[in-house]
Design a protein around this ligand. Structure first.
Ligand code: NAD
Ligand code: UFG
Length: 365
């Protein structure tokens, strides 16, 4: 597909103006807003003039992230410690002040853990989303932006992956919970024309806010590549295990589409804006369209941090695929959004966050 860049840029400028001039009374409820992507999105919303309420049960986060949001934005989001599975708590939140739309990040996301305790994942993610939708409908709120994942494509037959490619079979309960939620939301929107739903399929979110005040704060030993590399660089972990170097990729290691978390956050604002004119379900990949291998990531991090990352080649990790990167053109055309931050910024911002906050949000300022 040919993409007219000038057209898109002009559209994007208009879109930025629209977002910035959004009336302050537009009230967005952000579930899971104390977490990694949610906190960066809450910040972007506040900076664009939205009124923001975060609900989070803090099962995988702390409210320190929201204090940092307030420090950067110069104003704080409203915060309610609540669980999305608790209808009474949800009713209280929706009853406080009219909500215009919900951005729904709350959920559990550890792939390995989901294999050990699948019911916890189906309960939190699937039943939690179901309860949230019930409460939304009861309170007359029908605009929902949902955090889906490229995991719904399973092992893609071809890359780059387009949204209309057949969905695959996710290899674990976490991935299946995302697929089930997508299906549930599609059925819901088909049943009632008032719903406007965005399914945002994230590729691999990385990086941190450029201030160095906010970033990813995984519990225990990180599962994901970049937080692991950052902790090796900081001397907290000894070496990185590279999971397989015999994949059918240029250097044999896995290739992914890493997207800066601030770009990702901005994609939510663009989706919210587009949803106004889009009843039903809209699906957008949020990725850069560019894949990098594990070895390329190590080299890029070494350059950005000035540190050496010791690594060894280990066996493949169960359930991993060789290559996953987006065809990001639909979001570019329909949302006027594209990821702007390059690999260098992803690495430098991750390192600034890691070096300045060795204990994550537990680091004393
Ligand atoms: P995160 O764990 O940092 O944030 C999720 C937040 O939801 C946490 O603050 C947690 O405390 C909260 N939460 C969990 N269950 C809850 C419940 N029942 N009620 C209220 N709050 C609850 O994760 P993240 O990386 O910011 O991911 C956000 C969303 O994006 C998740 O739905 C995740 O599945 C999805 N996603 C993440 C990635 C990724 O690699 N980070 C990739 C694709 C999709
Ligand atoms: N990797 C290593 N060593 C590590 C960690 C990862 O070599 O210690 C490799 C993996 O094998 C893979 C790449 O680095 O090739 C990226 O791995 P991540 O764990 O960072 O990310 P994944 O692509 O495996 O998983 C991510 C999210 C999942 C989501 C999936 C598909 O973490 O939640 O993308 O969207 F389901």
């Amino acid at each position: 597909m040919r993409v007219d860049k000038d057209y898109i840029r002009a559209k994007q400028d208009r879109l930025t103006e629209q977002i910035i001039t959004m009336p302050a009374s537009t009230h967005i409820l952000v579930t899971g807003g104390a977490g990694y992507i949610g906190s960066h999105t809450a910040l972007a919303l506040l900076q664009a003039g939205f009124d923001v309420t975060v609900i989070d049960n803090l099962s995988n986060s702390s409210d320190e992230s929201l204090k940092r949001v307030a420090r950067i934005a110069g104003k704080a989001p409203r915060f309610v410690k609540a669980d999305i599975r608790d209808r009474e708590q949800l009713n209280a939140v929706f009853g406080m002040q009219p909500v215009n739309a919900v951005i729904h990040f709350a959920g559990l996301k550890a792939v390995g853990e989901s294999v050990q305790v699948p019911l916890r994942y189906y309960d939190n993610n699937v039943a939690g989303t179901l309860r949230l939708c019930e409460a939304m409908a009861e309170h007359g709120v029908f605009t929902l932006v949902f955090s889906s994942s490229a995991t719904v494509y399973g092992d893609p037959a071809t890359v780059p992956i387009r949204e209309d490619q057949p969905l695959g079979t996710p290899t674990n309960p976490y991935g299946r919970s995302k697929l089930m939620i997508e299906q549930m939301l599609t059925d819901l929107a088909a049943s009632d024309a008032r719903w406007h739903v965005a399914l945002l399929r994230y590729f691999n979110p990385v990086g941190a806010h450029e201030s160095g005040l906010m970033g990813e704060d995984p519990n225990g030993i990180p599962n994901n590549l970049l937080p692991y590399i950052a902790q090796v660089a900081a001397g907290k972990l000894r070496e990185l295990s590279v999971f397989g170097n015999d994949y059918p990729t240029a250097d044999g290691t896995g290739v992914r589409d890493y997207i800066h978390v601030v770009d990702l956050a901005e994609g939510h604002l663009s989706a919210l804006n587009a949803l106004k004119a889009r009843p039903g379900v809209s699906v957008w990949n949020l990725g850069t369209g560019q894949g990098y291998s594990v070895l390329e990531m190590i080299r890029a991090f070494e350059l950005a941090s000035g540190k050496t990352i010791p690594f060894r080649i280990a066996p493949r990790r169960a359930g991993d695929i060789a290559m996953c990167f987006a065809d990001a053109s639909r979001a570019e055309i329909e949302l006027g959004w594209r990821a702007r931050r390059r690999l260098k910024a992803m690495m430098e911002d991750t390192w600034r966050w890691q070096a300045g906050n060795p204990e994550g949000y537990r680091t004393k300022p």
